[in-house]
Design a protein around this ligand. Structure first.
Ligand code: NAD
Length: 366
């Protein structure tokens, strides 16, 4: 079980190694020629990083786990570890973890000596299908998520299904929503067909490790699709890459109004996907049958789809978060709306705020 994908993002090339087993340091050094290296993990991926680095004396920077650690102090710790390890410009940062570790390590790699070598061993489902690929790096600053960052794609990305054996269910659920999102962007519906089979098992508590063949194909298809979208728009200057935000405007507003951390990002994204279908239907873009298929798929994985969401807080906070996005796009609300075979970005006066109140209050539920 092994597959490789290659992508070109502007001047960068990323090679993705999708496999069952974790890579060994020997494999990593063969792929990434570097004089010195450091391992970067968090406390929950420390053991995985140690197993990768066994037999070698590689300096290891262990960060606290989770989003709370995604700030400048963590970046500084990585830079300090690199300096203490004597890494030069041809030094290699080996990030072992989920999106938090990979975003932090990739940012640090992008500025260490004006850019050193970087590889990512992704250990969460979300990391595998989203965060590890595409070159976005960053950390949270002044209370704003990913306020600071760079584009710096990793040269090699290792996605090993064995890393997921210790992943908690909540984290599986977070990544699964991104996998569903990517499936909805795929023209052809293969991913969606696979997901339809897996949904009920997942809802019943199965973490899909017993379905590794299907999981392998899903991660592979997701990587291929995200990679192609980013290749077309590496620095998000057009609307192509924005398609990856399907469901995310609603998700972000729900997370804000519920209070960050109340819901996992994936739970919010899943809810947002259903709302995008409903909004699209009422705008005459998403066929009714398609909006219902999206709702049924999300529901089959056991996500809460009711609206208003039981954890949703103040309506004004919700609307303000939507308007926060609006500020970014020349004063217009911008949503990604599902179509019969994918999605499109809608960013104009078609979306009026008067549409949103009944939508969120369940009047458009299908
Ligand atoms: N760069 C991008 O394009 C991109 C895309 C999407 C998300 N992100 C970022 O990714 C982050 C979220 O990523 P995430 O969901 O992977 O979160 P995460 O890295 O915080 O991991 C979630 C939790 O699982 C633990 N963990 C990780 N791997 C584990 C394993 N194998 N076994 C047991 N525990 C494990 C972590 O320590 C953490 O507590 C956010 O900060 C988000 O901004 C970046």
């Amino acid at each position: 079980m092994m597959r490789e994908h290659y992508f070109t993002f502007g001047k960068f090339v990323s090679q993705v190694h999708l496999q069952k087993e974790l890579p060994r340091a020997d494999d990593i050094f063969q792929d990434n020629r570097a004089s010195r290296s450091i391992l970067i993990s968090d406390i929950h991926t420390e053991a995985i990083a140690r197993s990768i680095g066994q037999n070698y004396d590689i300096p290891h920077c262990v960060l606290p786990g989770g989003e709370a650690a995604k700030g400048w102090p963590a970046v500084e710790r990585i830079l300090a570890a690199a300096k203490a390890g004597g890494l030069g410009r041809d030094g290699l940062f080996i990030a072992v973890g989920g999106g938090v570790v990979s975003d932090l390590a990739a940012f640090a790699a992008s500025i260490y000596m004006r850019g050193c070598k970087l590889c990512i061993v992704s250990t969460t489902l979300l990391g595998m299908v989203d965060a590890a690929l595409g070159g976005k790096t960053g950390f949270d600053l002044f209370g704003i998520k990913n306020l600071a960052g760079t584009f710096y794609p990793a040269g090699h990305i290792y996605l090993s299904l064995d890393a997921l054996t210790t992943l908690p269910r909540r984290e599986w659920k977070s990544g699964m929503a991104e996998l569903i999102k990517t499936a909805l962007l795929e023209d052809g519906g293969e991913m969606e067909e696979r997901l339809k089979v897996l949904g009920p098992a997942f809802e019943a508590g199965d973490l899909l490790l017993g379905h590794d063949g299907a999981l392998f194909e899903l991660v592979s298809a997701s990587v291929r699709l995200k990679g192609r979208i980013v290749e077309a728009d590496p620095e998000e200057s057009g609307t192509e890459r924005a398609l990856l935000n399907l469901g995310h405007t609603f998700a972000h507003a729900l997370e804000s109004s519920a209070g960050f951390g109340t819901l996992s990002h994936g739970e919010a994204v899943a809810w947002g996907l259903v709302r995008s279908g409903e909004l699209g239907h009422h705008m005459g873009i998403t066929p009714l049958e398609r909006a219902r298929e999206i709702k049924d798929l999300v529901l089959s994985f056991g996500y809460e789809i009711a609206t208003p969401h039981p954890k949703m807080g103040d309506w004004d906070v919700f609307l303000q978060a939507l308007r926060g996005d609006k500020k970014q796009w020349a004063g217009k609300l911008r949503f990604v709306i599902p179509t019969a075979h994918g999605a499109q970005v809608v960013q104009d006066d078609l979306i009026e705020e008067r549409l949103l109140y009944p939508l969120i209050n369940g009047e458009y539920m299908l």
